[in-house]
Design a protein around this ligand. Sequence first.
Ligand SMILES: NC(=O)C1=CN([C@@H]2O[C@H](COP(=O)(O)OP(=O)(O)OC[C@H]3O[C@@H](n4cnc5c(N)ncnc54)[C@H](O)[C@@H]3O)[C@@H](O)[C@H]2O)C=CC1
Ligand SMILES: O=C(O)CCC(=O)C(=O)O
Length: 389
Amino acid sequence: MKNRKIYCLNPISEIGLKKFRGGYSITDKIEDAHGVLVRSADMLAMDFPKSLRAIARAGAGVNNIPLEKCSEMGIVVFNTPGANANGVKELVIAGLLLASRNISGGIEWVRKNSGGENIAKDAEKAKKAFAGREILGKKLGVIGLGAIGVMVANTAISLGMEVYGYDPYISVGSAWNLKRDVHHSENVDELYEKCDYITVHVPATPSTRGMIDAEALAKMKKGVKILNFARDTLVSENDLAAALESGHVSVYVTDFPTAKSVKMKNAVVLPHLGASTAESEDNCAVMAACELQEYLDNGNIKHSVNYPDCDAGVCRTESRIACLHGNLPGMISKFTAIMSEEDINIANLTNKSRDKYAYTVIDIDTRITDEALERIREIVGMHRVRIVK
Ligand SMILES: NC(=O)C1=CN([C@@H]2O[C@H](COP(=O)(O)OP(=O)(O)OC[C@H]3O[C@@H](n4cnc5c(N)ncnc54)[C@H](O)[C@@H]3O)[C@@H](O)[C@H]2O)C=CC1
Ligand SMILES: O=C(O)CCC(=O)C(=O)O
């Protein structure tokens, strides 16, 4: 009977944890975990136990996980594409309205004046200070047309906005889902020059770090409103603070409080609430739990961000071995040669690669000896060898 342990670094929705069938338990000790479920907890400086085979991020962004280190240790990292996209999209739409109508200023005025006898009359006088603009007919630029960006763009079209989308790496699936009225900007500068509102929905990576900087801001229209529900690091905060001070940017709505963003003039800052809905939390937890279980039980990989996806089905032979290794010449011949020397028949072999890394699943007709397994583990470039069955 297998005895697989799952450690939760953040609270994970119960409906997801219930997806783990018999043979699994939730542990409070990461030292003996086979799988980790995480949301936004920072794992960058963590030490991982030898037992750890996979990490599932119940969410989209994986900038809190050291991907290279995990790959080298043969730890597969998953995320849950699209599972919280609707939750984020709805908050972004709220963000568009917060940016165009002074809703937060109005609420604050009512709170401050809540003791006043004549609040109804006073409100009628005070309200001109909180007047805004409508989003109907305004131009919205969406940078990053993935799960969230596509939903935001399509909803904004339904709300009567003119939408410009920019994503040089757009997937076929996203392109199919995008409403045809969305203008395709081939150059981000076009979007900067034309749009009244700009919203970013790209992952935080070294190449997107600080993409909204002084140079980008200078290309935008005077009075532009910027929304950032993706990550704080996409924005150069000093440059943005200066643009808000000068009025070049009229409002900044963000889901990421930082020591700087909370002090910015005309910034509306939320405490990372994009995916904090019961629906998104459930969707992410269920998807993450299923991914972990499928990998631990069958060695199949779906929605990994560091190893290739691989579906070898269910093992029907005596044993299944899974090798996580570098995408290097001669790797397969090295471990199949060892099996051949041991007189082991390979019934099925599936090999997939992704950039520097590769994954091979081998179904064999007899059980492998400890010696053969050790020899395979010692191959240079081998990161982990698992007996899945
Ligand atoms: N506020 C919150 O609670 C949440 C924030 N997020 C953040 O939003 C990001 C996007 O999430 P999803 O849409 O689900 O991810 P996704 O992976 O579906 O979409 C990201 C898109 O960005 C595009 N992209 C990458 N680099 C680009 C660049 N330089 N310029 C233009 N496009 C570029 C990709 O081609 C892809 O289509 C996540 O990486 C995460 O950081 C995600 C979920 C919740
Ligand atoms: O789990 C969360 O609340 C954060 C969601 C998020 O930022 C993401 O999915 O990238």
